[in-house]
Design a binder for this molecule. Structure first.
Ligand code: G3D
Ligand code: MG
Length: 178
Protein backbone atom coordinates (compact mmCIF):
# COMPACT_ATOMS: atom_id res chain seq x y z
CA UNK A 1 0.00 0.00 0.00
CA UNK A 2 1.22 3.46 -0.88
CA UNK A 3 0.06 6.62 0.89
CA UNK A 4 -0.34 9.86 -1.02
CA UNK A 5 -1.33 13.36 -0.12
CA UNK A 6 -3.34 15.82 -2.19
CA UNK A 7 -4.75 19.28 -1.56
CA UNK A 8 -8.18 20.02 -2.99
CA UNK A 9 -9.93 23.37 -2.86
CA UNK A 10 -13.59 24.34 -2.93
CA UNK A 11 -14.33 27.38 -5.07
CA UNK A 12 -17.43 29.39 -5.81
CA UNK A 13 -19.59 32.32 -4.74
CA UNK A 14 -21.11 32.61 -1.26
CA UNK A 15 -23.94 30.29 -0.24
CA UNK A 16 -23.62 27.82 -3.12
CA UNK A 17 -23.01 25.05 -0.57
CA UNK A 18 -19.23 24.70 -0.31
CA UNK A 19 -19.20 24.16 3.45
CA UNK A 20 -22.26 21.92 3.27
CA UNK A 21 -20.65 19.70 0.60
CA UNK A 22 -17.52 19.41 2.71
CA UNK A 23 -19.57 18.56 5.79
CA UNK A 24 -21.49 15.93 3.81
CA UNK A 25 -18.31 14.37 2.46
CA UNK A 26 -16.33 14.40 5.72
CA UNK A 27 -19.03 13.79 8.33
CA UNK A 28 -21.83 12.41 6.15
CA UNK A 29 -24.27 14.92 7.54
CA UNK A 30 -26.19 17.99 6.52
CA UNK A 31 -26.82 20.50 9.23
CA UNK A 32 -28.19 23.96 8.81
CA UNK A 33 -26.24 25.19 11.79
CA UNK A 34 -22.88 23.75 10.75
CA UNK A 35 -20.56 26.60 9.85
CA UNK A 36 -16.85 27.12 9.73
CA UNK A 37 -15.96 30.18 11.66
CA UNK A 38 -12.43 30.82 10.48
CA UNK A 39 -11.80 32.73 7.27
CA UNK A 40 -10.00 29.88 5.61
CA UNK A 41 -10.14 26.40 7.00
CA UNK A 42 -9.43 22.87 5.89
CA UNK A 43 -10.29 19.33 6.83
CA UNK A 44 -8.54 16.03 6.17
CA UNK A 45 -9.99 12.78 4.98
CA UNK A 46 -8.39 9.49 4.04
CA UNK A 47 -9.76 7.86 0.94
CA UNK A 48 -8.98 4.21 0.30
CA UNK A 49 -8.66 2.75 -3.13
CA UNK A 50 -8.11 -0.98 -3.74
CA UNK A 51 -4.52 -0.87 -2.57
CA UNK A 52 -3.52 2.72 -2.10
CA UNK A 53 -4.61 5.42 0.30
CA UNK A 54 -4.88 9.15 -0.34
CA UNK A 55 -5.04 11.73 2.41
CA UNK A 56 -7.03 14.66 1.12
CA UNK A 57 -6.67 18.08 2.64
CA UNK A 58 -9.74 19.97 1.51
CA UNK A 59 -9.78 23.74 1.83
CA UNK A 60 -12.95 25.70 2.37
CA UNK A 61 -12.79 29.43 1.86
CA UNK A 62 -15.30 30.12 4.62
CA UNK A 63 -16.92 33.52 4.59
CA UNK A 64 -14.01 35.15 2.82
CA UNK A 65 -15.17 34.70 -0.77
CA UNK A 66 -14.88 38.44 -1.31
CA UNK A 67 -11.44 39.04 0.09
CA UNK A 68 -8.98 38.57 -2.72
CA UNK A 69 -5.94 39.10 -0.54
CA UNK A 70 -6.50 35.75 1.13
CA UNK A 71 -6.71 33.82 -2.08
CA UNK A 72 -3.08 33.17 -3.02
CA UNK A 73 -2.53 31.34 0.26
CA UNK A 74 -5.74 29.47 -0.32
CA UNK A 75 -4.79 28.33 -3.82
CA UNK A 76 -1.16 27.51 -3.09
CA UNK A 77 -0.35 23.84 -3.70
CA UNK A 78 -3.78 22.97 -5.06
CA UNK A 79 -3.93 19.66 -6.93
CA UNK A 80 -7.55 19.98 -7.93
CA UNK A 81 -10.65 22.09 -7.39
CA UNK A 82 -14.40 21.76 -7.24
CA UNK A 83 -15.94 24.77 -9.02
CA UNK A 84 -19.33 25.04 -7.41
CA UNK A 85 -22.46 26.94 -8.41
CA UNK A 86 -26.03 26.89 -7.10
CA UNK A 87 -28.55 25.34 -9.51
CA UNK A 88 -31.28 27.63 -8.18
CA UNK A 89 -29.28 30.83 -8.82
CA UNK A 90 -28.12 31.26 -12.45
CA UNK A 91 -25.95 34.24 -11.50
CA UNK A 92 -23.69 31.90 -9.54
CA UNK A 93 -23.02 29.90 -12.73
CA UNK A 94 -21.99 33.10 -14.50
CA UNK A 95 -19.73 34.07 -11.61
CA UNK A 96 -18.03 30.70 -11.68
CA UNK A 97 -17.39 31.00 -15.42
CA UNK A 98 -16.38 34.67 -15.43
CA UNK A 99 -14.52 35.02 -12.13
CA UNK A 100 -13.69 31.82 -10.28
CA UNK A 101 -12.51 29.75 -13.22
CA UNK A 102 -10.08 32.41 -14.59
CA UNK A 103 -8.78 32.97 -11.08
CA UNK A 104 -8.18 29.25 -10.60
CA UNK A 105 -6.11 29.17 -13.81
CA UNK A 106 -4.21 32.28 -12.79
CA UNK A 107 -3.13 30.86 -9.44
CA UNK A 108 -2.89 27.15 -10.24
CA UNK A 109 -1.96 26.97 -13.93
CA UNK A 110 -3.87 26.24 -17.12
CA UNK A 111 -3.87 22.50 -16.66
CA UNK A 112 -5.11 22.30 -13.06
CA UNK A 113 -7.77 19.58 -12.78
CA UNK A 114 -11.25 20.68 -11.77
CA UNK A 115 -14.82 19.43 -11.76
CA UNK A 116 -17.81 21.69 -12.33
CA UNK A 117 -20.49 21.19 -9.68
CA UNK A 118 -24.13 22.25 -9.83
CA UNK A 119 -25.30 21.94 -6.21
CA UNK A 120 -28.75 21.90 -4.49
CA UNK A 121 -30.13 19.38 -6.96
CA UNK A 122 -32.81 18.52 -4.39
CA UNK A 123 -34.36 21.96 -4.96
CA UNK A 124 -34.78 21.46 -8.69
CA UNK A 125 -38.27 20.05 -9.00
CA UNK A 126 -38.65 19.83 -12.74
CA UNK A 127 -36.16 18.72 -15.32
CA UNK A 128 -36.84 22.12 -16.85
CA UNK A 129 -33.35 23.42 -16.29
CA UNK A 130 -31.90 21.38 -19.17
CA UNK A 131 -30.64 24.48 -20.95
CA UNK A 132 -28.45 25.35 -18.02
CA UNK A 133 -27.43 21.74 -17.80
CA UNK A 134 -26.36 21.83 -21.45
CA UNK A 135 -24.42 25.03 -20.88
CA UNK A 136 -22.66 23.56 -17.87
CA UNK A 137 -21.91 20.31 -19.69
CA UNK A 138 -20.61 22.22 -22.69
CA UNK A 139 -18.33 24.37 -20.55
CA UNK A 140 -16.95 21.36 -18.66
CA UNK A 141 -16.39 19.32 -21.83
CA UNK A 142 -14.69 22.23 -23.56
CA UNK A 143 -12.21 22.39 -20.70
CA UNK A 144 -11.61 18.67 -20.75
CA UNK A 145 -13.53 18.23 -17.52
CA UNK A 146 -16.83 16.85 -16.29
CA UNK A 147 -20.02 18.25 -14.82
CA UNK A 148 -21.74 16.68 -11.81
CA UNK A 149 -24.99 17.71 -10.14
CA UNK A 150 -25.00 17.22 -6.38
CA UNK A 151 -27.08 17.72 -3.28
CA UNK A 152 -25.32 18.28 0.01
CA UNK A 153 -28.74 17.87 1.62
CA UNK A 154 -29.53 14.36 0.35
CA UNK A 155 -25.92 13.42 -0.29
CA UNK A 156 -26.60 12.66 -3.96
CA UNK A 157 -23.36 12.32 -5.97
CA UNK A 158 -21.26 14.08 -3.32
CA UNK A 159 -18.86 11.20 -2.82
CA UNK A 160 -18.67 10.72 -6.59
CA UNK A 161 -17.66 14.36 -7.03
CA UNK A 162 -14.79 14.17 -4.54
CA UNK A 163 -13.66 10.75 -5.78
CA UNK A 164 -13.61 11.79 -9.42
CA UNK A 165 -11.66 14.94 -8.53
CA UNK A 166 -9.20 12.89 -6.49
CA UNK A 167 -8.58 10.63 -9.50
CA UNK A 168 -8.03 13.60 -11.79
CA UNK A 169 -5.72 15.30 -9.30
CA UNK A 170 -3.74 12.09 -8.79
CA UNK A 171 -3.30 11.60 -12.53
CA UNK A 172 -2.01 15.15 -12.91
CA UNK A 173 0.54 14.43 -10.15
CA UNK A 174 1.58 11.25 -11.97
CA UNK A 175 0.20 9.17 -9.13
CA UNK A 176 -1.24 5.91 -10.37
CA UNK A 177 -3.87 4.84 -7.88
CA UNK A 178 -4.48 1.12 -7.50
P1 G3D B 1 -21.11 28.29 1.23
O1 G3D B 1 -20.18 27.54 2.16
O2 G3D B 1 -20.80 28.08 -0.20
O3 G3D B 1 -21.25 29.73 1.56
P2 G3D B 1 -23.18 26.90 2.70
O4 G3D B 1 -22.58 27.64 1.42
O5 G3D B 1 -22.67 25.50 2.77
O6 G3D B 1 -23.00 27.75 3.89
O7 G3D B 1 -24.71 26.81 2.31
C1 G3D B 1 -25.49 27.98 2.07
C2 G3D B 1 -26.96 27.66 2.30
O8 G3D B 1 -27.41 26.68 1.35
C3 G3D B 1 -27.26 27.05 3.68
O9 G3D B 1 -28.56 27.41 4.03
C4 G3D B 1 -27.23 25.56 3.39
O10 G3D B 1 -27.97 24.82 4.33
C5 G3D B 1 -27.88 25.51 2.01
N1 G3D B 1 -27.48 24.35 1.20
C6 G3D B 1 -26.22 23.97 0.90
N2 G3D B 1 -26.23 22.88 0.10
C7 G3D B 1 -27.53 22.58 -0.10
C8 G3D B 1 -28.21 21.55 -0.85
O11 G3D B 1 -27.62 20.68 -1.51
N3 G3D B 1 -29.57 21.57 -0.84
C9 G3D B 1 -30.27 22.51 -0.13
N4 G3D B 1 -31.62 22.43 -0.19
N5 G3D B 1 -29.67 23.49 0.56
C10 G3D B 1 -28.32 23.52 0.59
P3 G3D B 1 -28.90 28.54 5.12
O12 G3D B 1 -30.38 28.61 5.12
O13 G3D B 1 -28.34 28.01 6.41
O14 G3D B 1 -28.23 29.78 4.64
MG1 MG C 1 -18.93 28.31 3.65
Amino acid sequence: MVEYHLKLTLLGPGSVGKTSLLNRFINNQFSQSYRMTMGVDFLNKKVKFKEDEVTLTIWDVGGQERFKTMRSNYYSGTSGALLIFDLTRPDTFQKVINTWYPELLKYCGNDVPFILIGNKLDLIKEIGSTIKKNKALEFANEKNSIYIQTSAKTGQSVEEAFTELTKKAALKNKIHLN
